[in-house]
Design a binder for this molecule. Structure first.
Ligand SMILES: *[C@@H]1O[C@H](CO)[C@@H](O)[C@H](O)[C@H]1NC(C)=O
Ligand SMILES: *[C@@H]1O[C@H](CO)[C@@H](O)[C@H](O)[C@H]1NC(C)=O
Ligand SMILES: *[C@@H]1O[C@H](CO)[C@@H](O)[C@H](O)[C@H]1NC(C)=O
Ligand SMILES: *[C@@H]1O[C@H](CO)[C@@H](O)[C@H](O)[C@H]1NC(C)=O
Ligand SMILES: *[C@@H]1O[C@H](CO)[C@@H](O)[C@H](O)[C@H]1NC(C)=O
Ligand SMILES: *[C@@H]1O[C@H](CO)[C@@H](O)[C@H](O)[C@H]1NC(C)=O
Ligand SMILES: *[C@@H]1O[C@H](CO)[C@@H](O)[C@H](O)[C@H]1NC(C)=O
Ligand SMILES: *[C@@H]1O[C@H](CO)[C@@H](O)[C@H](O)[C@H]1NC(C)=O
Ligand SMILES: *[C@@H]1O[C@H](CO)[C@@H](O)[C@H](O)[C@H]1NC(C)=O
Length: 661
């Protein structure tokens, strides 16, 4: 009888003590205490009193502030960043920011500005970034120029501006970015470009303006970092206009729904009369694509021909010895040899991703690219039963190879022998068939990053990762382990140099306590999105100071014996677990409060049990598991019964003893 009584007693004790204390939500979200606040989409008509005077970064988009006065922000004198996107601002009055000496970024995007007072930007002496995108501006005289000496970027996209000519007193000396995209600028004169002086090394964005003409000599001896003339109907107009200029990077691409002229070799002649390092011609059609097309490309270091409907690059291209980076994404090659790689002997970076057809790697198509360091072949439906030594022959300096998102690849041992310098190998989302017991990655002495996520690997192959002495970052996301368990001896034993290990979404149910014992340098373990219970934490007992992600697992109770293991880590994510908030988990709940600074994702770290606390944040739960009045009553009754039972027992024993004398 006694055990039954005590069960009842315990049940009463445990259910009696649950009390919830939830703090009321603040209006603006605090991103960093006393400094960073987000008040977006709150329909506010003023700066709320709850914001501290010390606020430095304020995101205040999508509220309602039709007029801004000198009093509006006067309290927040330490602002450095202010985002007022779409607050229906019409008026900016005098001295709006007069005490805001630290303010360096003001975002006024999407406000129908009618008036900006001459002194409205007077205070922020260090203003660096001003966003006036979509504000209805048609005339640059509208912008108050006082105090803009330190301005580095001015964003004027999607307005009604017809000329880029800056007012004569406009301070341009520190200007780096001038963004005029999607305005109504059709003509550039010599005076326009002269007005940008003394800014040098400027990035000028004229994307989506359909430039129809440039005055001859307008760009003579001008130097630009970036020039963007995207979406121009006739690129030859631009190239002629840029004569004698020096441009780091020239963007001449177009867009899907644009009607523009196909590019002929003659239209590219202007390129011979200027100095450009990098050019982008994405999405154009070529009318006479041949080796002559490349005639004025010989000084280029970077060429981007993304989605230019290419089936092959012509043979007989000459003089492309400067080209370092070639981008051929989203074209229509059948076979890798069709790019005629030998024409670009100095290439260090080659990108062929998202090919529109299934790409056949052929044999040795890139073997002349001895200097190649980075090769991206992702999203190409590449299929090979025995990859990759024949296909990627002679790439001795290759450091980064991306074969992610392809069709099944068969790998033999030492499958990347031709690229012994590999540092990064990405095979994510490509099914791998490893048909040999040895490691396909053997002898990649410099490999640091290996992405094997969603590769349908045979993880029971303990030699799979052998021969990778420098591997630091291993991603095994989405691969499965036999019986959902990582055993004591496993494929991680050969990679003791790991620092980052991703084992998310591996359907794991358990991890052996010794499974990670060879990993001593690790500082990040991601075990999120599995079915692990709290006991799996024991596998981390020898690790200290790591970032541990245990989000979205099956953790109900965290036993007291693993709490010291959690305590010695630096950051822990326990969000999205079915956590138990009853007194049977009180040790953990107390630990949680004491270690709250180590936990991230607190908003999503909520109770699943008991039902009245379901969905309540763990940080807000206050549980008192002491003995209540009812508990004391039952305890006394229980003790009383116990004493009676004991006396009866003693009496009975004594009687029995006497009877047997
Ligand atoms: C503004 O910042 C300065 C320097 O960090 C500090 O001394 C001052 O107290 C701050 N003022 C307010 C109102 O937060
Ligand atoms: C704001 O401007 C008004 C009128 O110009 C002036 O009287 C007032 O002192 C200013 N307020 C602050 C906080 O500067
Ligand atoms: C914040 O600044 C305002 C105006 O400068 C001042 O009246 C107020 O007392 C300050 N609040 C705090 C908490 O310091
Ligand atoms: C030009 O600007 C770019 C970045 O905008 C910078 O990396 C480069 O060093 C600058 N060049 C000169 C000559 O100032
Ligand atoms: C380009 O420079 C050359 C040589 O300095 C000069 O003769 C020519 O007129 C210039 N072209 C333009 C359009 O300024
Ligand atoms: C490889 O390509 C994929 C898809 O294009 C991309 O998401 C991934 O970041 C690339 N990997 C590396 C290491 O750059
Ligand atoms: C594979 O992992 C590397 C390293 O984290 C990462 O840069 C790359 O983007 C990942 N690849 C894909 C396809 O996500
Ligand atoms: C993992 O947990 C989820 C949700 O709790 C469940 O649907 C799934 O069947 C579990 N998987 C295994 C392998 O037990
Ligand atoms: C916690 O982990 C989950 C799953 O990986 C992730 O979605 C979430 O962003 C993480 N929380 C934080 C604050 O980083």
């Amino acid at each position: 009888m006694a055990p039954n009584v005590s069960c009842l007693l315990l049940a009463v004790l445990f259910s009696a003590g649950c009390k919830v204390i939830t703090s009321s939500d603040q209006m603006c979200a605090e991103k960093e205490a006393n400094k960073v606040y987000n008040c977006e989409y709150l329909g506010l008509r003023e700066i709320p009193d709850t914001l501290p005077n010390t606020t430095e970064v304020l995101e205040f988009s999508f509220n309602f502030l039709p007029t801004i006065q000198n009093t509006t922000f006067s309290r927040l004198i330490n602002l450095t960043f202010l985002d007022l996107t779409r607050c229906q601002i019409n008026w900016l009055h005098e001295d709006t920011f007069q005490s805001h000496h630290q303010l360096s970024t003001i975002v006024l995007t999407g406000n129908p500005l009618i008036f900006m007072a001459e002194t409205s930007l007077n205070g922020p002496k260090s203003l660096k970034h001003l966003f006036l995108t979509q504000t209805g501006i048609s005339d640059l005289e509208f912008i108050p120029v006082h105090n803009l000496e330190n301005l580095e970027s001015l964003h004027l996209g999607s307005n009604h501006i017809t000329s880029i000519k800056l007012p004569t007193n406009f301070p341009t000396q520190n200007l780096k970015i001038l963004d005029f995209q999607n305005n109504a600028i059709h003509y550039l004169t010599r005076k326009d470009i002269d007005s940008l002086k003394p800014a040098t090394n400027l990035s000028l964005n004229l994307n989506g303006n359909d430039i129809k003409g440039i005055e001859s000599g307008a760009f003579h001896s001008k130097i630009f970092q970036n020039l963007n003339f995207g979406g121009t109907f006739d690129v030859s107009v631009i190239l002629k206009g840029l004569q004698n200029s020096t441009i780091q990077s020239l963007w001449l691409g177009t867009f899907e729904d644009y009607e523009d002229q196909d590019i002929s070799s003659a239209m590219l002649q202007g390129l011979c009369e200027m100095s450009v390092e990098s050019i982008n011609l994405q999405k154009h059609h070529f009318s006479d694509f041949s080796s002559t097309t490349f005639q004025c490309f010989t000084q280029l270091q970077e060429l981007d021909l993304t989605a230019t409907h290419l089936k092959a690059l012509p043979s007989g291209i000459k003089g492309m010895n400067s080209l370092k980076k070639l981008v051929l994404n989203v074209n229509n090659f059948d076979q890798l040899c069709q790019i005629n790689a030998a024409s670009f002997p100095s290439l260090t970076h080659l990108y062929i991703k998202g090919n529109m057809k299934k790409l056949d790697l052929g044999a040795g198509c890139l073997e002349r690219l001895e200097n190649l360091q980075k090769l991206d072949l992702s999203h190409n439906d590449i299929e090979a039963s025995d990859c990759c030594n024949l296909q990627l022959k002679n790439l001795p300096h290759l450091q980064c190879l991306n074969l992610s998102y392809n069709e099944p690849l068969g790998l033999q041992s030492q499958a990347f022998k031709e690229s012994p310098q590999l540092e990064v190998l990405d095979l994510a989302f490509t099914h791998l068939h490893v048909n040999v017991p040895q490691s396909p990655f053997q002898n990649l002495h410099l490999l640091q990053v290996l992405n094997l996520s969603h590769c349908l690997l045979d993880t029971s192959n303990q030699r799979l990762l052998a021969g990778l002495p420098d591997l630091r970052h291993l991603n095994l996301r989405g691969n499965r382990f036999q019986d959902g368990s990582i055993p004591k001896t496993n494929l991680l034993q050969t990679v003791g140099s790991l620092e980052i290990l991703i084992l998310a979404s591996c359907d794991l149910l358990s991890i052996d306590q010794q499974a990670f014992h060879s990993l001593e340098k690790i500082h990040l373990v991601d075990l999120s999105h599995n079915n692990l219970t709290g006991d799996s934490i024991a596998a981390l007992s020898h690790l200290k100071g790591i970032y541990l992600n245990l989000a979205a697992n099956n953790i109900h109770i965290v036993s007291p014996y693993v709490l010291p293991i959690l305590s010695q880590q630096s950051t822990i994510n326990l969000s999205h677990n079915p956590l138990d908030c009853t007194c049977s988990n009180i040790r953990f709940l107390t630990w949680f409060k004491e270690n709250i600074h180590k936990l991230e994702g607190l908003e999503e770290t909520v109770c699943a049990n008991p039902p009245p606390l379901k969905g309540v944040k763990l940080s807000d739960v206050k549980l008192s598991c002491g003995i209540t009045a009812v508990g004391i009553f039952f305890l006394i009754v229980f003790l009383f019964l116990l004493i009676i039972l004991f006396t009866f027992l003693v009496k009975y024993l004594l009687r029995w003893k006497y009877q047997h004398f």
